[in-house]
Design a protein around this ligand. Structure first.
Ligand code: ZN
Length: 211
């Protein structure tokens, strides 16, 4: 998973309003900037420049890094639904880069991992992961909206993969391959057990009962 670099907009800047926020939603955007170099670093420089005006968001994700611009317990102005709008006041804004010199699929994969981490951290359900369009009708994230349902499905799939990987990490190395075979057959969802349990699984595998 990609590291997050914190590079916050200065306190008191026009685009760091500083209202306390308890995140209840995650709003997904595309930057709308396909220029070469319009990656996370480029946006981190932009959001701290006068050109950003009052606009802000929490994270920019590209194909190799994530930069956080605003703390997640403060609001940002990214949803376009007004000073008291739930988009602006209760949602974490994530901008996914679309720079022509970047790998869009990788940027989206990095964003999905970030979304999963934030959902877990703030107990946000997948139904509260929304496109910018949800708040104002704006056609954003323009590259993802045509396949929004598939994007949400890929978050759920990745979430499941990560849960399985976390659980597999607790299985002794000598039993992992056999346990993985059972998981692949959807024959085992709870892999917690003692040595005897794992030895039986390996034994079944050796007898050819699993493959
Ligand atoms: Zn947007």
């Amino acid at each position: 998973m990609v590291n997050i670099t914190q590079d916050f907009v200065s306190r008191g800047a026009k685009n760091r309003p500083g209202y306390t926020m308890t995140p209840a939603f995650i709003t997904v955007h595309n930057t709308g900037n396909s220029s070469a170099g319009a990656d996370a670093a480029g946006h981190a420089a932009f959001i701290k420049s006068p050109g950003a005006g009052t606009t802000s968001w929490h994270f920019t994700v590209d194909d190799h890094q994530i930069i956080q611009h605003i703390p997640t317990n403060e609001n940002a102005w990214h949803a376009g639904d007004g000073a008291n709008g739930p988009g602006n006041r209760t949602s974490i804004g994530i901008e996914i880069c679309e720079n022509s010199d970047g790998n869009l699929a990788q940027a989206e994969a990095n964003a999905i991992d970030l979304i999963i981490d934030l959902m877990k951290q703030y107990n946000i359900p997948l139904t509260n992961v929304v496109p910018h369009q949800h708040w104002t009708g704006k056609y954003c994230p323009h590259l993802i909206l045509p396949r929004w349902d598939a994007f949400i499905a890929s978050i759920a799939k990745r979430q499941q993969e990560r849960e399985i990987a976390d659980k597999l990490a607790t299985v002794p190395d000598w039993a992992k391959d056999s346990v993985k075979k059972l998981v692949a057959k959807s024959a085992l969802s709870d892999f917690s057990g003692d040595t005897t349990f794992y030895r039986l699984i390996v034994l079944m595998d050796r007898l050819g009962l699993i493959a």
